[in-house]
Design a protein around this ligand. Structure first.
Ligand SMILES: Cc1cc2nc3c(=O)[nH]c(=O)nc-3n(C[C@H](O)[C@H](O)[C@H](O)COP(=O)(O)O)c2cc1C
Length: 235
């Protein structure tokens, strides 16, 4: 099995599935066949996990279930009083930003808002763009991920591999994704909507569909540090 992948064609295809993945923030509304979604999740579940714990739990939202969740979260997002009552259960980002992370974070933010013509003083425009997260950027499929609270930091490593597998398996089917931590403050709304049990913690969301290539936000390119910049080679 493994050796059959040891050829230049397989390498090129696998590398392309990885390197062509990008966070898409405008989708076509075309529905995705339920069998394709199931297939992607089936492939992704081959992700490794410590002692094969498989810490993932997934909610697939389409149609009215997806639209209704978007409506509820957007109502909270757009209400200045209510939004303050929603805070995340776990810190995705550091409390105190330092270089180089802060610079990278700023760059992607300004690059995206720049493309959309949103100046630094346009708070309403940025708020509205952030709100697009809760419409799953118009994707036909919204994924919500949870983890059992009993699981520790190690399981979150496993979870990342599962999420990446979904995104790569989607690429192999001509589909696009955007992983979304933006959902984390709204865990109470999501818990109620999905009837999640109290021992589940919201990990993140993800949009899944086909990119709308006519939209400017999908022309965003992101940079990476060079291998030499983040690696120490020892001999
Ligand atoms: C776990 C996770 C959460 C993310 N949350 C959001 C989000 O809420 N909204 C968003 O637009 N992008 C989100 N992103 C996308 C990142 O901004 C993106 O991965 C990064 O800028 C690199 O760009 P690329 O994915 O196009 O390569 C998230 C990425 C990850 C891995």
């Amino acid at each position: 099995m493994t050796s059959s992948l040891e050829n230049p064609e397989a390498r090129a295809i696998i590398d392309a599935a990885i390197t062509s993945r990008r966070s898409v923030r405008a989708f076509l509304p075309d529905p995705i066949e339920p069998d394709i979604i199931r297939d992607i999740l089936d492939v992704a579940s081959r992700a490794p996990s410590g002692s094969n714990t498989q810490p993932w739990r997934v909610y697939v939202l389409t149609g009215a279930a997806r639209a209704e969740l978007s409506r509820k979260i957007l109502a909270a997002h757009n209400d200045p009083v209510e939004i303050a009552q929603h805070t995340e259960e776990y810190a995705y980002y550091p409390r105190r930003w330092i270089a180089p992370f802060q610079d990278r974070r700023r760059k992607i933010g300004w690059d995206l808002y720049g493309l959309l013509g949103l100046g630094r003083d346009n708070k309403a425009g940025m708020h509205a763009q952030h709100g697009r997260n809760y419409q799953f950027f118009d994707a036909p499929v919204g994924l919500i991920f949870s983890i059992d609270r009993v699981l520790e930091q190690g399981s979150w490593l496993d979870y990342g591999m599962f999420l990446q597998n979904i995104m790569i398996a989607a690429r192999a089917r001509g589909l696009d994704t955007c992983p979304q931590a933006a959902f984390t403050p709204f865990h109470r709304i999501i818990r109620e909507h999905l009837q999640m049990s109290e021992n589940e913690m919201l990990v993140c969301g993800m949009s899944l569909g086909r990119a709308d290539e006519s939209k400017i936000e999908n022309t965003l390119t992101t940079e990476r540090e060079s291998v030499e910049g983040f690696t120490t080679f020892l001999d």
